[in-house]
Design a protein around this ligand. Structure first.
Ligand SMILES: *Cc1c(COP(=O)(O)O)cnc(C)c1O
Length: 432
């Protein structure tokens, strides 16, 4: 390596050896890369928007052709009949989430699905009305939760239990979360957190927090926006009540693509649970008999409202086939190695150039997914420009954080050393 060589010694060799030995290496060829100076960019932004799989274009053109050829007949006679196009997605989604196929559904968008599930799972009564949420939760989640509190005549300033890191720390400690939940005990109606925090990259101990919330009699829901396709999940076994996710970050289904719902068995099979009903959530056996009274389908599909957005389902189908080829355990293994390499390099650079920045993401690999968040103070804008000029795509989160996420489906270890080289050169130039 050029200027950063002494600091980064050994890392490039390690990266080359890891790339040669990578059993998932060929999956990279299934993706299309934006072009930068010098060809394919190093794309470390899959936490924000995943790359386009090569097969997506043909899958979308097939749907357009079927629509052209068949018109309304495509509902039943398209190659992937539109009427039931959500059904084949359930099994591969379930494998990603650690669920049974009937516990998951691709539907709506993340936020609209969150609203649909909050109607069913935030049902305050008497003293039990509070919602536990992270400080600096993703704004959409925070808005959604506050709006449900208001719908129930509660004041968000009083009814939100805000979980904060200790002074001087960036991440929540599980024991502090559990302690806070216990303090609110029988006043707690819902615990709703991001499984992987979008800003810090912290992966929560979902099993422990879910168990703690449920033991207090609260419902526990998770936002999987940054977790689905990133970390291994066991939503069913962890007894999670419900979860929502999106498919355009690590799942590579394209901008604004369809959302994901998980509803645990013990609720999903219960037709009596109140919900915002729509005809696509009705039992398919009677849907076209157009019954007056809503008869919910069993399973998470009972929360569907509208017929499926076919042009969003097709890219998700393509993407899930790639996840099935790779499998989540193998992806997580590679992801841990990629992020470990990145963390080691970044730490060396921070040690060498004292005071230039710090890692916000927990150092424990079990407490993070693919993403590392670098807090850089006044240097964030400059480094963001340097990365862009070098053909590296990461993202700047104002005021001063750069998120770098080597997604294991299409990132190489060499992409990580490419980022490290840019950062090393930038810090070296900055010091001169
Ligand atoms: C990306 C993200 C969203 C996005 O919500 P949409 O409804 O898909 O626009 C919501 N919550 C979190 C935590 C996210 O990271």
């Amino acid at each position: 390596m050029a200027t950063g060589a002494p600091i980064l010694a050994g890392l490039r060799e390690r990266a080359e050896a890891s790339d040669r030995a990578d059993p998932l290496a060929s999956l990279r060829d299934e993706f299309l890369f934006p072009q930068g100076p010098g060809g394919d960019v190093a794309y470390l932004c899959g936490n924000s928007l995943g790359l386009q799989p090569r097969a997506t274009r043909a899958a979308l053109l097939d749907e357009l052709d079927d629509w052209q050829r068949l018109g309304v007949e495509g509902h039943f006679h398209a190659r992937n009949p539109w009427y039931s196009c959500h059904e084949p997605l359930a099994a591969p989604l379930a494998r990603l989430l650690g669920a049974s196929p009937h516990e998951v559904a691709a539907m709506g968008s993340l936020t609209s699905t969150l609203h649909a599930l909050l109607i069913s799972f935030y049902r305050p009564s008497g003293r039990r009305a509070k919602i536990a949420v992270e400080e600096a939760a993703f704004p959409s989640d925070r808005y959604a939760l506050a709006s449900h509190l208001r719908l129930h005549g509660r004041d968000p300033d009083e009814a939100l239990v805000v979980l904060r890191p200790r002074p001087g720390e960036a991440s929540l400690r599980t024991e502090d979360v559990v302690e806070t939940l216990r303090r609110h005990g029988d006043e707690l109606a819902l615990v709703m957190l991001g499984a992987v925090h979008y800003y810090t990259g912290q992966l929560h101990d979902m099993a422990t927090i879910t168990a703690a919330g449920r033991a207090l009699g609260a419902c526990v829901g998770w936002d999987l926006a940054h977790a689905a396709g990133n970390v291994e999940l066991q939503l069913h076994d962890w007894d999670v009540d419900f979860a929502v996710g999106c498919s355009y970050k690590y799942l590579n289904a394209g901008p604004g693509s369809v959302g994901i719902a998980f509803v645990h068995d013990r609720h999903a099979m219960s037709p009596d649970l109140p919900r915002l009903a729509g005809w696509w959530g009705n039992d398919p056996a009677s849907r076209f008999a157009m019954p007056e009274a809503f008869q919910p389908a069993r399973g998470a599909v009972g929360w569907q409202q509208s017929n499926a957005p076919v042009f969003a389902m097709a890219p998700l189908r393509v993407s899930l086939e790639l996840f099935d080829r790779a499998t989540m355990p193998a992806l997580r293994k590679k992801s841990l190695a990629l992020t470990d390499l990145l963390a080691e390099g970044v730490q060396r650079l921070f040690d060498e150039h004292q005071g230039v920045g710090e890692l916000l993401t927990p150092s424990d690999p079990q407490a993070r997914g693919a993403q590392l968040s670098l807090r850089l103070g006044g240097r964030a804008d400059g480094l963001a420009r340097a990365l862009q000029a070098a053909g590296v795509v990461a993202d700047l989160r104002r005021p001063d954080v750069i998120r770098v996420a080597p997604a294991p489906l299409y990132c190489r270890f060499a992409d990580v050393t490419r980022v490290l080289q840019v950062v090393a050169d930038f810090f070296a130039a900055d010091r001169r």
